[in-house]
Design a binder for this molecule. Structure first.
Ligand code: PGA
Length: 266
């Protein structure tokens, strides 16, 4: 058992790269190939890339033969129909591995509500896709002392859409404080650990038989990744800006590999 946790820390970490609205298709394919080469020796880390929708099919082809997983940055909850501009889980099923739902840019720039995030989560699982659920507080919410309440509310809205517990391996939570995303202002390892441990506890209170891995996201870099992964409950990272640079992204994956090795040996 790890101090501060009621269950052993996950010995398999995850590092996912959220490319956001960056790269052309050609650049994305080249980046995916470079990532696959750079991380090819990581045996104890699940590595994923999340390119824009336009790139997914080409990146899927480029990743054939590698262990790098492919994810979409968003998804719509209906399977098909008159929903101009949307992409459904049914369209991704069978060749994409996962989706990201609830990213703070979706919530705050595009006005996604907690219950909509829940429907996207359910649709992903229903189509056999893995899902990364992002939660996190704004700086005002933190300053007002509401961090735990905010992440609990975001999680509970998703749980309200579920008929039963999702398979533990099918989902991952990413704790991403909004004030740390793209700002260069990373949460300290202690701040991140505190909220990640709280999230695990909250999930266990709802699903006692298994809680998923919880990642940290928000200005993760090659320089700070190891100190985040050294925390008892942080099971990896959701990386934005740095995921566009294969070499530096590879250093983060290597830090996760080293942390997984020491957890496995503990
Ligand atoms: P960042 O983004 O690493 O650029 O801060 C993280 C994210 O938005 O997932």
């Amino acid at each position: 058992m790890t101090p501060g946790s009621e269950r052993p820390a996950a010995s398999r970490l995850m590092v996912a790269g959220n490319w956001k609205m960056n790269t052309t298709v050609e650049e994305g394919v080249a980046l995916a190939r470079a990532v696959a080469t750079t991380v090819s020796t990581a045996a104890r880390v699940d590595v994923a890339v999340l390119p824009p929708f336009t790139h997914l099919w080409a990146v899927h082809a480029a990743l054939q033969g590698s262990d790098v997983r492919l994810g979409a940055q968003d998804v719509y909850w209906k399977d098909s129909g008159a929903f101009t501009g949307e992409i459904s889980a049914a369209m991704l099923a069978g060749w994409c591995d996962l989706t990201l739902v609830g990213h703070s840019e979706r919530r705050h720039i595009f006005g996604e509500r907690d219950d909509e995030v829940g429907r996207k989560f359910v649709a992903s699982l229903a189509h056999g896709l893995g899902v990364i659920l992002a939660v996190g507080e704004t700086s005002d919410e933190r300053d007002e002392g509401n961090t735990f309440d905010v992440v609990d509310r975001q999680l509970d809205a998703v749980f309200a859409e579920l008929a039963g517990p999702p398979a533990v391996d099918a989902w991952v939570i990413a704790y991403e404080p909004v004030w740390a995303i793209g700002t260069g202002r990373t949460a300290t390892p202690e701040q991140a650990q505190e909220v990640v441990a709280h999230i695990k506890q909250h999930v266990r209170s709802r699903f006692p038989d298994g809680s998923p891995r919880v990642l940290y996201g928000g200005s993760v870099t090659a320089a700070n990744a190891a100190s985040l992964f050294a925390q008892a409950d942080i099971d990896g990272a959701l990386v934005g800006g740095v995921s566009l640079r294969a070499e530096e992204f590879g250093v983060i994956v290597a830090a996760a590999e080293a942390a997984a090795g020491s957890r496995g040996a503990a």
